[in-house]
Design a protein around this ligand. Structure first.
Ligand code: C2E
Ligand code: MG
Ligand code: MG
Ligand code: MG
Length: 282
């Protein structure tokens, strides 16, 4: 490897000292290819939103979460886990995230026209980089004005990683948006590093129990204890809770018995294109 590095460095010119690591190079090449692909995907309008129902204690849908999908011409439907990290690293999450917010608000407006759908809420995932952009609040305010979407129906989902820096600015931004009615959820709760004192200071509306605790809630006493603790914590802090990743009646029963009142997961419905969503009947 050292020989290879020297060889490369020589080839690059007399005064260039450049080390060459084939693995890093391969990763960088793959990332660059994905970036080009993402840009093209945006130009070609290959993104779409799937929606997953959030239901109340009776199983009635009260809203949805918007989940981004990439309809790739060769690869088929690509999950956000595969491209969101690259979009964040490259900054493409800014235009992509804006597109998600626009599409989600347009859907809210469409639902507002019909009595049986007009109360549905729309949860949108927002990445740290997107939220921390200095113009984020203005983008949301403009979008709400432009589309006429009801801010009280919009819920933004943030993750704990957001709390690791610029905490005061985060609080300020959340408070500003909350003052016009926008709600905030802390997503994947329990998997991050947020201390309880931070949690208390955040202007939140709800916590979402991460699906990793829900999965084995019936078989793993630790997960059961964590789920119960989060439910109690939310109650004490006067926050709502949504349990994520509920796949079975058993998990649902356990959570219901321990005070959970909102649920999301395959047991109630998978993420689907809007026309396949099972909503309350007119
Ligand atoms: P998330 O916000 O925690 O979303 C929940 C994920 O769990 C979704 O994966 C959903 O399809 C999946 N899920 C729902 N119910 C169940 C279940 O019962 N069992 C299991 N095993 N999984 C379930 P998805 O759609 O692949 O999204 C993954 C993550 O990508 C999301 O996690 C979110 O962090 C991110 N994401 C999705 N859309 C966006 C977006 O528009 N913007 C940003 N910044 N991130 C997004
Ligand atoms: Mg989410
Ligand atoms: Mg989550
Ligand atoms: Mg997640």
């Amino acid at each position: 490897r050292a020989d290879l590095a020297m060889y490369q460095a020589k080839g690059a010119g007399r005064n260039t000292l450049r080390f060459f690591d084939p693995e890093m190079q391969a990763a960088a090449t793959a990332r660059a290819a994905m970036e080009t692909d993402l840009r093209q995907g945006m130009l070609r309008d290959e993104f779409m939103l799937y929606y997953q129902c959030v239901v109340d204690a009776e199983g009635v849908p009260t809203g949805v979460e918007a989940l981004l999908r990439w309809k790739h011409p060769q690869r088929g439907i690509v999950s956000p886990g595969e491209f969101i990290p690259i979009a964040e690293q490259t900054g493409l999450i800014l235009p992509l995230g804006q597109w998600v917010l626009e599409a989600a608000c347009a859907q809210l407006v469409a639902w507002s026209a019909k009595p049986h759908t007009q109360k549905l809420t729309m949860a949108v995932n927002v990445s740290a980089r997107q939220f921390k952009h200095p113009e984020f609040s203005n983008h949301i305010l403009n979008l709400l004005r432009l589309t006429g979407a009801n801010p009280y129906r919009l819920k933004l989902e943030l993750t704990e990683s957001l709390l690791l820096s610029e905490f005061d600015e985060v609080i300020e931004k959340m408070s500003e948006l909350r003052s016009i009615g926008v709600g905030f959820s802390l997503d994947d709760f329990g998997t991050g590093y947020s201390s309880l004192s931070y949690l208390k200071r955040l202007p939140l509306d709800q916590l979402k129990i991460d699906q990793s605790f829900v999965r084995d809630v019936l078989t793993d006493p630790n997960d059961a204890a964590i789920a119960r603790t989060i439910l109690n914590l939310a109650e004490s802090l006067d926050l709502g809770v949504v349990a994520e990743g509920v796949e079975t009646a058993g998990q649902h029963d356990f959570l219901l018995r321990n005070g959970c009142k909102a649920f999301q997961g395959y047991f109630f419905g998978r993420p689907v294109p809007v026309e396949l969503l099972q909503l309350p009947n007119p």
